[in-house]
Ligand binder design. Structure first.
Ligand SMILES: Cc1cc2nc3c(=O)[nH]c(=O)nc-3n(C[C@H](O)[C@H](O)[C@H](O)COP(=O)(O)O)c2cc1C
Length: 198
């Protein structure tokens, strides 16, 4: 039987492991944490969920960033609700992470400009798609993408960086000897933590 992981009965270590996995997910394309599921609520009150690429995880600020087209449904839903949630399950680590927080769209401010400037030319191309994401098409290929040079101009007006400020974090480690589930809530004094029954 394998040893228990170092975070098994240690809330602070669980918190550190949660952020370590998120930070690793930003740079490791093979990590489950690279493509979390993003949940929003649509104008009809229905939950919507889809994959996004995790672009930044800032443990100190408790924030997570991804990018999207500002014409997309997810951008509209976040603009209205101001909230979003992320979910990852890493089957190799047997760890689930849930993040729930406030979400802010950065479209024309210095932050969006900086992130856009730093993004790869190939990443910019998809923001120049016409017609916009979610538009019904007669045929599957009835859309155009700019070439990489034109994308700098045509994509910028559609690009949007989204920052989720975590208000609630949850960590679940699956182990046949006893699961471990932990919760952190943001308070003015920092994170308030507790174990939860799994
Ligand atoms: C692995 C993967 C990564 C994705 N990353 C992003 C992303 O970073 N941003 C994004 O807007 N859409 C991304 N998508 C596409 C979305 O999941 C979704 O299909 C699309 O954005 C439309 O979503 P919406 O209509 O809810 O806005 C990704 C899809 C997959 C499968």
């Amino acid at each position: 039987m394998s040893d228990f992981p170092p975070f098994y009965d240690d809330l602070a270590a669980c918190h550190a492991e949660l952020w370590r996995l998120l930070e690793e997910g930003v740079s490791d394309r093979h990590s489950a944490f690279h493509t979390p599921a993003l949940a929003t609520v649509d104008p009809h009150g229905r939950p919507q969920v889809r994959a996004v690429v995790l672009r930044e995880a800032d443990r100190g600020a408790g924030t997570l960033r991804f990018h999207c087209d500002r014409r997309s449904e997810k951008a509209s839903e976040i603009a209205v609700a101001g909230t979003a949630a992320l979910h990852v399950y890493d089957s190799a680590a047997r760890i689930q992470v849930r993040v729930d927080g406030t979400a802010k769209l950065h479209t024309d401010d210095w932050f969006a400009e900086t992130v856009w400037t730093q993004s790869q030319p190939m990443s910019r191309v998809c923001y120049g798609i016409a017609p916009g994401p979610g538009t019904a098409l007669a045929n599957g290929g009835d859309y155009t993408l700019p070439d990489a040079d034109d994308a700098i101009l045509t994509g910028r007006e559609h690009f949007c960086a989204v920052v989720i400020r975590a208000e609630r974090l949850e960590f679940l480690y699956l182990d046949t000897r006893g699961h471990r589930r932990a919760l952190w809530l943001r308070s003015n004094a920092g994170w308030v933590e507790t174990w939860l029954a799994p």
